[in-house]
Design a protein around this ligand. Sequence first.
Ligand code: FES
Length: 165
Amino acid sequence: MALVFSESTQRRVSATVKLYPERQAALLPVLHIAQREFGQLSPEVIDLVSRTLELPESHVYGVVTFYTMFHQEKHGRHELLVCTNVSCMLKGGYEILAHLERRLGIKAGQTTPDGMFTLIEEECLAACADAPMMICGDEYHLRLDAASVDRVIDRLRTLPAKEIA
Ligand code: FES
């Protein structure tokens, strides 16, 4: 049986589609909604979005694979996006990434076995003046060093699931 959105998500998708002159133009927000609902944009979810917006699957797949904020596999509860582009690299971005890899016991692109964290190396995240930096959910963490990274990780570990955006 083909995948469907939950009732509440379907209402949200329908309301989002109405904001655009053509339903196909709602692709990016609908992908965000779908990723939040299913935790990933698997082939089944891509098929669902494709049917919902009357777009070819190949088009949806192309968009999903273009933007780094979309992922086809399950990610952890917290995504840590660490910038290693020029400004961050010059201010220790690679050291921050290496520290997180040691601390979490995973490499960039992987998820911790407990499903808590996914670590992602990113290009410029538009906070160059406050390098090195990382994004977690809706939070920007700026001018990082090993100690401040540890504080972020410790706090995230203590958050109950309902407080996670
Ligand atoms: S280079 Fe890291 S935020 Fe721009």
